[in-house]
Design a protein. Structure first.
Length: 187
C-alpha cells in the first residue's frame, strides 16, 4: 500500500460560457476544441503518471495508447484489465478503493491527471492539488452537459472555491477566441 500523499492530483477540463463540457447529445463539440488548449492538455497528460476518467471521457491523442489509465466502470464488480487496452485498469469504486486500482495499474505515486466526466471530477474534488479550468467564453452550449455536478446552479469557479481551491495564474491559450486556462490551487 502507498500513502495517498504519494500522489499529486491535477484536474483538466475545458468549458463553454455556461460551464458545459458537452453538447445536448453528451458529446464534446468541435466548437470546444482549440489547438492551444489541445496542446496544453496533451503536454500535461504526457507529464502525468496516470490518467483517470469515466468510460465516456478520453483524450483521443497519438500518445493515448501509451498512457497508464484507470477507467471508472460500473459493469465490473471491483477491478479488471481493460480487454481492449492493456494499459487501462477498469475500476468500480463501489467494489475497490482508489489505492487498489492504482496497485492493479502498477502505479505507486506521481501525478494523477483526472480528465472527467462530472462524476469522476466530483470524486476527486477534495484531493485536487491543482485544477486546470480552461474556458471558451464565446462558445455557448446552454442545453449541454455540465462539467461538474451542480452546474449551472453554481459556476465551475464557485464549485472549485467551495472545495478549498483558489484561482491562481492564468494562461492565454487562444487569444483570437479568448480561450484561457486558470490554475485553481488548493489553499
Amino acid at each position: 500500500m502507498h500513502p495517498i500523499s504519494a500522489f499529486r492530483f491535477n484536474g483538466y477540463v475545458i468549458v463553454s460560457a455556461e460551464g458545459m463540457l458537452t453538447d445536448v447529445h453528451g458529446v464534446m463539440p468541435e466548437s470546444l476544441k482549440f489547438p492551444g488548449d489541445l496542446a496544453f492538455f496533451s503536454a500535461s497528460l504526457d507529464r502525468a503518471d496516470l490518467i483517470v476518467h469515466g468510460k465516456y471521457s478520453f483524450e483521443d491523442q497519438p500518445n493515448s495508447p501509451r498512457r497508464a489509465r484507470i477507467v471508472l466502470s460500473r459493469s465490473i464488480k471491483t477491478l479488471a484489465t481493460d480487454p481492449v487496452n492493456d494499459k487501462a485498469t477498469l475500476w468500480n469504486p463501489a467494489g475497490a478503493s482508489f489505492d487498489d486500482a492504482c496497485n492493479h495499474a502498477g502505479i505507486s505515486g506521481g501525478t494523477v491527471a483526472v480528465i472527467g466526466g462530472p462524476v469522476v471530477f466530483e470524486m476527486f474534488f477534495d484531493r485536487f492539488d491543482v485544477f486546470w479550468l480552461s474556458q471558451a467564453p464565446h462558445v455557448h452550449l446552454p442545453d449541454g452537459g455540465p462539467c461538474f455536478p451542480g452546474v449551472p446552479a453554481e459556476t465551475p469557479e464557485q464549485i472549485l472555491f467551495r472545495h478549498g481551491m483558489r484561482a491562481s495564474e492564468v494562461e492565454i491559450l487562444d487569444a483570437a477566441h479568448d480561450v484561457r486556462v486558470t490554475a485553481w490551487r488548493r489553499v
